[in-house]
Design a protein around this ligand. Structure first.
Ligand code: ADP
Ligand code: MG
Length: 144
């Protein structure tokens, strides 16, 4: 099992000035920040990131949303990171997300849902490398 996952604070999170609140909730849940930056995704980069959804009816809207402003990718480390992070953010549709989850607290809609979380160890590794070089990531186990 990997101990890494990728979060993205999506453009609606940045616009609503919620970066601090959401990062704080993530850290209080035991995740360590290994890498963090603010980027404005290009269309090509967003399409590459969400390639698995390219045939879905919401794909074009998703790309427009994800390129509508800057977002904040965050490489996270924790035991059981992928599963625990999905639990912390809640269901894709905020009306179905559990109480206290980040999406339940802050998301507007199934599209504008504040935060991304990787869905498997394999995808976490790919997604982290979409945004970060190895040198940009702290080796958490080396922290003293
Ligand atoms: P998750 O982000 O929970 O892993 P998916 O991987 O299924 O969800 O979808 C990726 C993103 O696409 C969602 O977070 C959301 O922003 C958007 N999305 C998913 N389903 C829909 C939908 N039915 N209508 C509009 N946007 C959607
Ligand atoms: Mg997904």
């Amino acid at each position: 099992m990997s101990n890494k996952t990728l979060a993205i604070l999506k453009p609606d999170c940045v616009r609503k000035n919620l970066i601090g609140k959401v990062v704080s909730q993530i850290q209080e849940a035991g995740f360590k920040v290994s890498g963090l930056k603010m980027v404005h995704l290009t269309e090509d980069s967003a399409k590459g990131f969400y390639e698995v959804h390219s045939e879905r009816p919401f794909f074009n809207d998703l790309i427009a949303y994800m390129t509508s402003g800057p977002c904040v990718p965050i490489a996270l480390e924790k035991e059981n990171a992928v599963e625990d992070f999905r639990k912390l953010i809640g269901a894709t549709d905020p009306t179905k997300a559990a109480e206290g989850t980040i999406r339940k607290l802050y998301a507007e809609s199934i599209q504008e849902n504040i935060v991304h979380g990787s869905d498997s160890d394999e995808n976490a590794a790919k997604e982290i490398s979409h945004f970060f070089t190895r040198k940009e990531l702290l080796e958490i186990n080396g922290w003293k």
